[in-house]
Design a protein. Sequence first.
Length: 263
Amino acid sequence: MTLLAPAVAPGRAAGMRRVNPVAKLAASLLLAGVLVLSIDWVSAAVALACESVLFLFAGVSLRTLVLRTVPIWLAAPAAGVTTLLYGQASGQEYWAFGLIHVTDGSIALAVATALRILAIGLPAVVLFITVDPTDLADGLGQVLRLPARFVLGGLAGLRLVGLFLEDWRALELARRARGVADGSRLRRFAGQAFALLVLSIRRGSKLATAMEARGFGAPGERTWARPSAFGAREWALVAAGVLVAVLATTVSVLTGSWNFVLG
């Protein structure tokens, strides 16, 4: 099992699972690229509201969505609080202590920052928890025409993530059985991390040799076992991303909230 293993509910999820991962990547990057152009809460709130509606059609169970997005839900308020305390001071000041200044400007900036993290991070997670690493590699190699050597090397590395987690647990049990895990936790972690590093280098070298022996690094055009198509379903997903980005930008501009970061 890898970090990108699909985790979707049956039925409606089948449609999202069949969407080419390149389209999911394009929609996420497009939406994120537009949202980072401005620091205002209106565009982020509009985008987040539209995304919440689209999440209902993603086929991802609520439990899976909550578990996979926990880091984002923790990062958003943390960034908001930091911005609230140390953001640019402007307008009326409500509280000050040393370098801390809570003002109208810092409050607005904190809200915009928290909403923006949610609006960018949540759709990325929802889209990519339905992605199979092999399908992603097929799309990168066939649709985007990226070098096959780079794509297959990345896929092989990604496939080893789950194996490294198993190695970490095996090393922990082995060291505990030998009585070398009775010291301080920091020293135990450092020794185990070094052992995993050595094991990873050895396994990576063996994998690279095996892939070279099987012709993965050979020159010429590579064939693919499974075709990767980019059709109407994929264009519809990209169009949805464009629509959300345009709507968020339009509402922000019309309400006078648009704050171009390079301006």
